[in-house]
Design a protein around this ligand. Sequence first.
Ligand SMILES: [Zn+2]
Length: 97
Amino acid sequence: MLLELDPLYILLIAIIVFLSSYLLISYLRESSTQKKEEKGKIVTVKKCLSCNYVLNKPYDKGEYVGRVGEKCPKCGGEMMVTAIYLETPPQPQEAIS
Ligand SMILES: [Zn+2]
């Protein structure tokens, strides 16, 4: 009976196990970061022209930078859209590099 375990055979199994787990982890990590990116939301930054009150709100259809017309919740003055950007949750640096 040949029941001696070849060190090369053990090494091969170890490499296969390592590689498959590594692929699984990287796949899971990738899918989770993709989900996070999908959750990124568009934010509209509005600034009051009277009291400089800044308001961050979820983007609404039809909004654009420079749009005015909304009332400031603080002083009732006119608010202007100063920026619209996509807010992405902070991602671990190791996943990018
Ligand atoms: Zn104001």
